[in-house]
Design a protein around this ligand. Structure first.
Ligand SMILES: [Zn+2]
Length: 243
């Protein structure tokens, strides 16, 4: 995505230099599947393919998604989900989301879930079509988080926890079990306390891990280790999918 795609090599070099060994790059629409697949040839990079609710439409070809997932060795389906803050009709979002969940079940792939203001409906759908996966960019409190943990999902923390006023997200980050969280940047979209939205890069993960360590009162090493182990449990080993 712009602006990262203007100089992908430099972005990746800065990411590796910051200590990152593995990146998972999720797609948002059919238009950027090939770009994500192209990036996944680099060491330590995997892609996820899917259709984000903002691009929900009636003529989505789920068979084509399945073919692309199979031939690319993508390790997850994502981002997919429900977003009540967009204009896209809810019914279209439900239909697309459920089709992609069913595909995840059929292919035994984890999902990366995007959810904005649709938490009750999301929990209902997940009860109907249970999957493995993660809910990304968590910013809500522990009570709601626990319901997603009960539904079997991992919780992903990103830029929100770097903001001092994000009290709910801080409480969740403190209470999430150490074997159930992962870390993300969602770059370039989600900002940090001192980096504007649209301007973040994968290298900012180091800052998010640092904040997580302070919030949880655990060492940075412990945070990194937990996030690493959990990401492997969720998405499998780094390059296995490329054999
Ligand atoms: Zn998202």
């Amino acid at each position: 995505m712009e602006p990262l795609s203007r100089d992908t090599g430099a972005v990746l070099e800065r990411a590796y230099a910051s200590g990152i060994e593995r990146l998972l790059i999720p797609a948002v629409s059919e238009d950027n599947w090939d770009a994500c697949i192209a990036l996944s040839v680099f060491p330590g990079i995997n892609c996820a393919l899917g259709i984000h609710p903002w691009w929900a439409d009636d003529d989505v070809d789920i068979k084509f998604l399945q073919e692309k997932l199979e031939e690319s060795g993508a390790v997850a389906i994502g981002e997919i989900g429900l977003d009540w803050k967009t204009e896209v009709p809810r019914q279209k979002q439900f239909v697309l989301f459920e089709k992609q969940l069913q595909l995840a079940q059929k292919m035994d792939l984890p999902v990366i879930i995007h959810c904005r203001n649709a938490f009750e409906e999301m929990l209902e759908v997940l009860e109907k079509i249970p999957v493995r996966g993660v809910i990304h960019a968590w910013s809500r409190g522990p009570q709601l988080m626990n319901r997603f943990l009960d539904a079997g999902l991992y919780i992903s923390f990103g830029g929100a926890i770097t903001r001092s006023d994000a009290k709910k997200a801080h409480r969740s980050a403190k209470l999430v079990p150490s074997d159930r969280f992962v870390l993300e940047t969602d770059s370039p979209s989600i900002g940090l306390a001192d980096v504007a939205a649209g301007k973040t890069e994968p290298r900012h993960l180091a800052q998010i891990a640092q904040v997580m360590s302070v919030i949880r009162g655990e060492s940075l090493e412990e945070i990194k280790e937990a996030a690493w182990v959990n990401s492997l449990a969720l998405f499998g080993n780094i390059d296995e999918s490329k054999i």
